[in-house]
Design a protein around this ligand. Structure first.
Ligand SMILES: NC(=O)C1=CN([C@@H]2O[C@H](COP(=O)(O)OP(=O)(O)OC[C@H]3O[C@@H](n4cnc5c(N)ncnc54)[C@H](O)[C@@H]3O)[C@@H](O)[C@H]2O)C=CC1
Ligand SMILES: O=C(O)C(=O)CO
Length: 319
């Protein structure tokens, strides 16, 4: 009998075929209230799971007594209780690296769009409000030469730093769990305390994983430390920020603006005040969302899953 794999996100056809060559599959394009019970029922005989964008609760995993590996099509692993995986001896595979550059591109798009008011002013043109030469009311602020403060100098943080240094001549301050000698040598990045970074950076960019240590790491005291001209960029996870405090800081001009790809609740609820603020650029969690990168992530996740179920070494294990 082939091992049974539950797929909980739509995969390209060639990857479904690759999996079908070795496993019996139960396929779901996505899990909704309508098919949740079928998904849980399928887990009863599952040896592997592959998918993304769904919090996988311990109760779901309890429903899968034969499970060996979950392969998530993401680098972030905050949809899982890592301690539970460790205790049960389950493998959790993820997709670091292949999405680094695409996500860094998105972060730079957020930096440029918020500083130069790209979204707001493109809407102004489309609304037929461009009736004469523009004036101060439409000016933005420079990006080149401004100080970038990176909280989290891992794979994606470093890729953002490279763009900032080589492309935009930006001095770089960073805060991380540990110093990064390569970024210091090659990009002139300077390690500082979180407080010094917040006080000195023109762009504060968060590129951390969501963990118990980073949850709500940015709240009213942190926004109060930032320059009034600072722009806050978050493309890591929404829950790293106290969103109500961010909204207050943007409304009362404690900070100048924000570029956000992630939110406490996704999709961002229609009643969110963030949608009404002109000094906010809000994207629908598109960090890695290019055709090429999403394909590379899905391919890597399939490779991880196959290795895990064959009993071979898995290249990218979070647990
Ligand atoms: N918006 C999007 O679509 C995407 C979001 N992400 C998010 O970005 C996160 C980071 O991804 P990578 O750069 O690949 O991860 P990484 O593990 O290479 O980098 C994270 C960095 O944060 C540092 N860090 C962790 N906890 C810290 C703490 N408490 N204080 C200071 N520094 C701390 C680590 O030392 C590491 O250098 C992912 O976990 C994911 O949540 C990733 C890809 C796409
Ligand atoms: O990989 C992740 O963690 C994402 O957020 C989406 O690419």
């Amino acid at each position: 009998m082939k091992p049974h794999v539950v797929v909980y996100k739509k995969l390209p056809e060639h990857l479904v075929q690759r999996l079908q060559a070795e496993f019996d599959l139960t396929l779901f394009d996505r899990i909704t209230d309508d098919n949740r019970a079928d998904f849980i029922a399928a887990l009863a005989t599952a040896h592997g799971m592959i998918g993304a964008s769904l919090p996988i609760t311990n109760a779901m995993l309890e429903a899968a007594p034969q499970l060996k590996i979950v392969s998530t099509i993401s680098v972030g692993v905050d949809n899982f209780d890592l301690d539970y995986f460790r205790q049960r001896g389950l493998m959790l595979a993820h997709t670091p690296g292949v999405l680094t550059e695409a996500t860094a591109d998105t972060i730079f798009a957020l930096i440029l769009a918020s500083a130069r008011r790209v979204v707001e002013l493109a809407e102004y043109v489309k609304a037929g409000r461009w009736k004469g030469s523009i004036g101060e009311a439409q000016f933005g602020v420079n990006v080149h030469g401004k100080t970038l403060g990176l909280i989290g100098m891992g794979r994606i943080g470093s890729a953002v730093a490279r763009r900032a240094h080589h492309g935009f001549g930006m001095p770089i301050l960073y805060h991380n769990r540990r110093p990064d000698p390569e970024a210091e040598r090659e990009l002139g990045a300077r390690y500082v305390s979180k407080e010094d970074l917040l006080a000195q950076a023109d762009f504060v960019c968060v590129m951390l994983p969501l963990t118990p240590q980073t949850e709500r790491m940015f709240g009213a005291p942190e926004f109060a430390l930032m320059k009034r001209s600072a722009i806050f960029i978050n493309a890591s996870r929404g829950r790293i920020v106290d969103e109500a405090a961010l909204i207050a800081a943007l409304q009362d001009k404690t900070i100048h603006g924000a570029g956000l790809d992630v939110f406490e609740v996704e999709p961002l609820p229609l009643q969110s005040p963030l949608l009404k603020l002109p000094n906010v650029v809000a994207l629908p969690h598109i960090g890695s969302a290019t055709h090429e990168t999403r394909l590379a992530m899905a391919e890597l996740a399939v490779t991880n899953l196959i290795a895990g179920l064959r009993g071979e070494p898995v290249a990218h294990l979070a647990v």
